[in-house]
Design a protein around this ligand. Structure first.
Ligand code: PRP
Length: 202
């Protein structure tokens, strides 16, 4: 546990993540290794970046990478799943095997939107790999063909996931136990996570 008052504790260690990413890499290699053209791994910015980098190496086959960035659906949009594309793919995906790479699926609204938007572009196949799946929070059912871990309804940071832009480069995945306290002081975990020399503790 780190932070005074046990603000956060490790939910999944870096070693457990690495092991699971290797397993996912093997699964994905089986699916894509004999495809005519390399699959296109689409990273959804920004949370998926660390996962994508590790997964790409774990898959270990010829593959292409592209990125999308979307705005979070607004509160006023409610459950409609309305999101906006901030950065679109650079390449076309018609006829391609596309793998959406997400750090986390929560309500499922973002993924539902992305699958619809990319599905309209005529990919040969469209699948999703998500490191984390918060099934308990799902509002819309959406297929997640490959997933690393199902996690409970807790706020998580580390391994790409942030709180107000911070903590993405913390190697372990932490569950934040006192979110109100962190919201009140977003730098609360900087000391415990990064130490006095500024390096992320492992
Ligand atoms: C996260 C995550 C998904 C989305 C999942 O992105 O990367 O894209 O939320 O939530 P949902 O299932 O409820 O739609 P976030 O908005 O935190 O952006 P980030 O990846 O840039 O941190």
């Amino acid at each position: 546990m780190v932070g005074s008052g046990a603000t956060a504790e490790v939910l999944i260690s870096a070693a457990e993540i690495a092991h699971r990413v290797d397993e996912l890499g093997r699964e994905l290699r089986e699916v894509y290794h004999d495809a005519e053209r390399p699959p296109v791994l689409v990273g959804v910015l920004k949370g998926s970046t660390l996962f994508l980098a590790d997964l790409l190496r774990a898959v270990g086959i010829d593959a292409e990478v592209d990125f999308m960035a979307i705005s979070s659906y607004s509160a006023s949009a409610g459950q409609s799943g309305v999101v906006r594309i901030i950065k679109d793919l650079e390449g076309g995906i018609a006829g391609r095997d596309v793998l959406l790479v997400e750090d986390i699926v929560d309500t499922g609204l973002t993924l539902t939107y992305l699958r619809r938007a990319l599905g309209e572009r005529g990919p040969r196949s469209l699948r999703t790999v998500a490191l984390l799946d918060k099934v308990a929070r799902r509002i819309v059912p959406v297929p997640v063909e490959f997933r690393g871990f199902e996690i409970p309804d807790v706020f998580v940071v580390g391994y790409g996931l942030d709180f107000m832009g911070r903590y993405r480069n913390v190697p372990d995945l932490y569950a934040v136990r006192d979110l109100a306290r962190l919201a009140n002081d977003p730098m609360l975990l900087v000391g415990p996570f990064f130490g006095s020399d500024g390096r992320a503790r492992t």
